[in-house]
Design a protein around this ligand. Structure first.
Ligand code: DQA
Length: 142
C-alpha cells in the first residue's frame, strides 16, 4: 500500500462556499469523499488534513516522516510566501505534489510565484478539484 496524505491549507475548508467561480461548488468534504473512491483499488491508503494555521501544517508534515510515502499539498496562499513551509517540504524527505484548483499562473501577479514548486516533486494546477485525483493517478503509476 502507498500511504498518501492530502494536506489543504488556509481557507480551503471553505471550498464550495468561497469564490465558487474560481474554486468550484464542491465542499472539501465532498472532494475528499470522491478521492476515497479514486484511491480505492489503486493500492493507496489516504489520510486527510486541513488547517488554517501554518504551524499546524508544518507540524503535520513533520509527523508524516516514516508514516507517509507521498504528500499532496494545496497550501493555499501560504504557497506564495511561506519559506517555513518550503523548508518543511525539503526537510521531511517525502515527495510532495503541489496542487492548486485554479491556474495560479493566469491570476494576480503575486499568485504566480510559488515558493513550494522548486522543492515539489511536481505541480498540478488549473483543473479544479480534479487536480487532487490527477495527483493520485500519478502516484498509482509509480
Ligand atoms: C489556491 C490558490 C491560492 O492562490 C489561494 O490563496 C488559495 C487556493 C488554489 O487551490 O487555487 O487559497 O491554492
Amino acid at each position: 500500500m502507498k500511504r498518501v496524505l492530502i494536506v489543504n491549507g488556509p481557507n480551503l475548508n471553505l471550498l464550495g462556499f468561497r469564490e465558487e467561480s474560481i474554486y468550484g461548488g464542491r465542499s472539501l468534504e465532498e472532494i475528499n469523499k470522491g478521492l476515497e473512491k479514486t484511491a480505492a483499488g489503486k493500492g493507496i491508503e489516504l489520510s486527510f488534513f486541513q488547517s488554517n494555521s501554518e504551524g499546524s501544517i508544518i507540524d503535520r508534515l513533520h509527523q508524516s516522516i516514516g508514516k507517509q510515502d507521498f504528500i499532496i499539498l494545496n497550501a493555499g496562499a501560504l504557497t506564495h510566501y511561506s519559506y517555513s513551509l518550503r523548508d518543511a517540504v525539503v526537510s521531511i524527505k517525502i515527495p510532495v505534489i503541489e496542487v492548486h484548483l485554479s491556474n495560479i499562473f493566469k491570476r494576480e501577479e503575486w499568485r504566480q510565484k510559488s515558493v513550494i514548486s522548486e522543492v515539489a516533486a511536481g505541480i498540478i494546477c488549473g483543473f479544479g478539484d480534479k487536480g487532487y485525483a490527477l495527483a493520485l493517478e500519478y502516484i498509482s503509476w509509480l
